[in-house]
Structure formats: C-alpha cells, structure tokens
Ligand binder design. Structure first.
Ligand code: ZN
Length: 213
C-alpha cells in the first residue's frame, strides 16, 4: 500500500476526526499544534554563544562606524587615543571595557552623537556621569568622572552631536592627579534600560570616525 492510497487517506481522516473531537474537549490550541514531521523543520546549525557574540560585535562596529561619532574630548585627536578597553581594573578583578582619555581638568566633553540624554547619575566608581542613547536606542554612550555638568542639562532632553555636556574631571574613583574622561559604549538589552548592556570597544569606532571620510 502506498502512503497515498485510499486506506491511508481513510486512516488519516479518522485520526483527524479524533483530533478534532479531542481538540473540542481540550481547547483550540490542541488542534493548532503542528502535525507532520515530529521534529519539525531542521534548524540551521546553532552558533555557539561565543560565535553569536562575535557576530553581534562585528555588527556593532559596522553600525557605530556609520554614526561617525565625534571624539568626546575637545582638542583630543584620534591619533592620541590609547586602547584601554581590555585592561584590567581593581588589580585585574574586572575588565575596564571603556576608553580613558586624559585631558586637563575642565576640558569640555562633547556628545559624540545626537540622541536622548537618558540619565544623569552619580556613582561611587564613575562619579558624575551621563548616559546618552543613540537615536535608534540600540546603544548607550557613557561619560564618567566629569568635573561638572554643562549648564542646562536635564534627563529626557535631546543632545546635539558636538554639544558640550560636561567637563573632564576626576570624580568617583579616578586619580585626582590624572583627570580623564572614561568613555564607554554599551549595546543595550532589549529592555533598553540605561544600566544594562554589553560593552562595545569604542577605540576602533572612534579611530575610524576621527579619520574623516
Ligand atoms: Zn576608565
């Protein structure tokens, strides 16, 4: 008997009817359960978490390169940046995951991109900090150790690219002898909460942006 034969069809019809009767008792969901191949369509090979994260990071670099970010400290050129992203902090207890950009206290700090100022936050390690989202709310820009904020900042306002938002300092756990801007970029989680995200290295993004078109 071929699977397409009459007996097969009759059997299929009977089991479909049984399914409907059962479904009537158990609710529509039962009827809507997929029938056919028990395992469902074969899924593409799942990437390891490391591979998925590497792919996400490559995407971050491409997306952020398109933003053509400004350098966040006035008067500091891309060639003067040092990649401090993978350095350890607290005697290696945690990764730095940011750039430290040294500059004299009081040097203006500018918004690297346009986008909403989401949070003005004072923390023990970061001191006076600013969290800004990019226009798509995919990324957060984080500026820390500020000496003070610029006049007129408020949460929820839209910052213009290049707008002065504060001044380099050493608030928080920075060495008072070595004022600097601690600048980080986070890929936000789907909930878009300013305090949750995955660090993206700003160094290649800023160096590329600073090179001009
Ligand atoms: Zn730092």
């Amino acid at each position: 008997m071929r699977p397409g034969g009459k007996a097969f069809i009759a059997r299929a019809a009977r089991s479909a009817l049984m399914g409907l009767l059962l479904g009537a008792g158990l609710g529509l969901a039962v009827v809507l359960l997929p029938v056919g191949s028990p395992a469902g369509p074969r899924m593409a090979e799942a990437a390891t978490p490391e591979e998925a994260e590497a792919a996400a990071q490559a995407q971050d670099l491409a997306a952020l390169a398109e933003r053509r970010l400004l350098l966040p400290v006035q008067g500091v050129a891309a060639s003067e940046l040092r990649d401090t992203f993978n350095e350890g902090r607290d005697a290696g207890a945690r990764p730095h995951e940011a750039l430290d950009i040294a500059a004299p206290r009081g040097t203006p700090v500018v918004a690297v991109d346009e986008g909403r100022l989401v949070k003005l936050f004072t923390s023990v390690p970061g001191g006076l900090t600013i969290y800004q989202f990019d226009p798509s709310s995919r990324y957060a820009y984080y500026y820390a150790h500020l000496d003070r904020y610029a006049e007129g900042l408020s949460e929820g306002m839209t910052l213009q690219r290049g707008q002065v938002i504060g001044y380099v300092g050493s608030t928080g756990n920075a060495n008072p002898e070595a004022p600097h801007l601690h600048f980080a970029i986070f890929r936000l989680d789907p909930e878009r909460q300013w305090w949750k995200g995955t660090a993206v290295n700003p160094y290649p993004v800023l160096v590329k942006a600073g090179r001009g078109p």
